[in-house]
Design a protein around this ligand. Structure first.
Ligand code: AMP
Length: 420
């Protein structure tokens, strides 16, 4: 039998590269943790209805890309394709919005699943870190989230990203625009599928990447010309707050994004080194979503940043993260008695907070020292019978090769001193 492989469109995170993924997740989460966002974790699957209603029945995500299935018990579930609907569902279920403490600010990190055609930067299993601020309509909240994402990317050392910003209007002005756009689109030469889209979700047609479609869209009515006064003022305030925070953005009147639930502020972070899958993250305001999934009116805003594409962006810019070696000390026993004694020292060091590893499997000295070097440790603890007879172990600086005997009961202290 041949060996198994990861399913199509997926890949494994394995050392040493996996450390970069962890660091990226942490870097994206750090500004959120620092700004009043609490950690939330929801199941990897939900009732399929939540996504059908919450993400939108007409979106590609729901119609084509969702891993939906029926359980043996007859439940209709789907692997989560995105985070917002689940997080809002969880907040409503726990009545977080009733605590009189709005907005409810939450962040999350996890795996998402979409049955897409795999290519570089587009996978069937990918990972996002996201944030949602639920239950407040305040341009400062929209600005806060964009600023925090910007801060996260900057802290990773990324420079070649841009922020695209748009307003999608609200339930007052968007329907008027929608009708005007539909009227315009119906007059174009489009294929059957796209014609259907005009009736269900005409804004998505603007997003069509095909040149033959884009050509015909010149002169299409723009949402920006239809925004009501309230939406205009709101958007202007978001823009001013971003500018005041020194966060540069580009107005992109065509930015619509793939999900149905967005209102007013929408934004996308794009990276110029990624080719066709250039969106590293995106989000926006979703004032109507709570009601769509059976909750009360709760205007909210959020984003999700893709971890996989952020790692690709780091590679594209040639940024390597400064990730400290996982292991500081590596213990190499020579003989049975040394194994017993050094293993005890390893446990002691670990309890003292020193990252320590051990040459398992009874390796010879040469092999064990190779492993010590490979581990990235700065120090090795080496001991043989003669050392033990003298009550010492050898503390070896792996960079300089310098070796000093250290009394057994002073190991933790001496290691700490040597590590600085
Ligand atoms: P979306 O919910 O589609 O706006 O996705 C938000 C972010 O998640 C995107 O900007 C990507 O960075 C990431 N993402 C979405 N779909 C995929 C995918 N199939 N593979 C890798 N990353 C993805």
């Amino acid at each position: 039998m041949s060996t198994f492989q990861a399913p199509k469109g997926t890949y494994d995170l394995i050392p040493p590269n996996s450390a970069t993924y962890l660091a990226v997740r942490e870097a994206i989460a750090a500004p959120l943790k620092n700004s009043g966002y609490g950690y939330v974790e929801t199941p990897g699957f939900e009732n399929v209805e939540l996504f059908a209603r919450g993400v939108g029945e007409s979106t590609d995500i729901v119609t084509k890309e969702m891993y939906a299935f029926e359980t043996k018990g007859g439940d209709k579930l789907a692997l989560r394709p995105e985070g917002t609907a689940s997080v809002l569902r969880a907040a409503l279920e726990a009545n977080l919005h009733k605590g009189g403490n709005l907005p409810v600010k939450l962040w999350y990190s996890g795996s998402y699943y979409r049955y897409e055609r795999p290519q570089k930067g587009r996978y069937r299993h990918f990972s996002q870190v996201g944030a949602e601020a639920i239950g407040a309509e305040d341009p400062a909240l929209d600005a806060e989230l964009i600023i925090l994402a910007h801060q996260a990317y900057r802290s990773l050392g990324l420079r070649d990203f841009r922020i695209l910003l748009n307003s999608l209007g609200d339930k007052e002005c968007r329907p008027v625009y929608r009708a005007a756009l539909q009227e315009f689109l119906r007059g174009l030469r489009l294929d059957e599928d796209t014609r259907r889209r005009i009736e269900i979700n005409p804004l998505r047609v603007l997003d069509d990447k095909r040149e033959a479609v884009q050509e015909q869209l010149i002169g299409a009515p723009m949402l920006r010309d239809y925004l009501c006064e309230a939406c205009k003022t709101y958007h202007e305030q978001v823009r001013e707050l971003l500018t005041a925070a020194g966060v540069a953005y580009e107005d992109d009147p065509k930015l619509v994004r793939g999900l149905d639930y967005y209102t007013r502020t929408t934004f996308e972070f794009v990276h110029d080194g990624l080719g066709s899958q250039s969106a590293v993250g995106g989000g926006g305001r979703y004032d109507g979503l709570s009601e769509m999934i059976g909750g009360p009116a709760l205007p909210s805003v959020g984003w999700a940043l893709g971890v996989d594409r952020t790692v690709l962006a780091l590679e594209a810019e040639g940024v390597t993260l400064d990730i400290p070696a996982a292991t500081s000390v590596y213990a190499v026993p020579l003989g049975e008695e040394a194994r017993r004694v050094l293993f005890g020292k390893v446990t002691e060091l670990r309890l003292a907070g020193v990252a320590t590893d051990f040459a398992f499997g009874g390796k010879g000295l040469k092999n064990a020292m190779k492993s010590a070097n490979r581990s990235g440790a700065r120090l090795a603890l080496v001991a043989g019978e003669r050392d033990l007879a003298e009550g010492v172990v050898q503390l070896k600086d792996l960079a300089s090769g310098e070796q000093t005997p250290v009394a057994l009961d002073a190991v933790v202290e001496e290691v700490r001193r040597a590590l600085g």
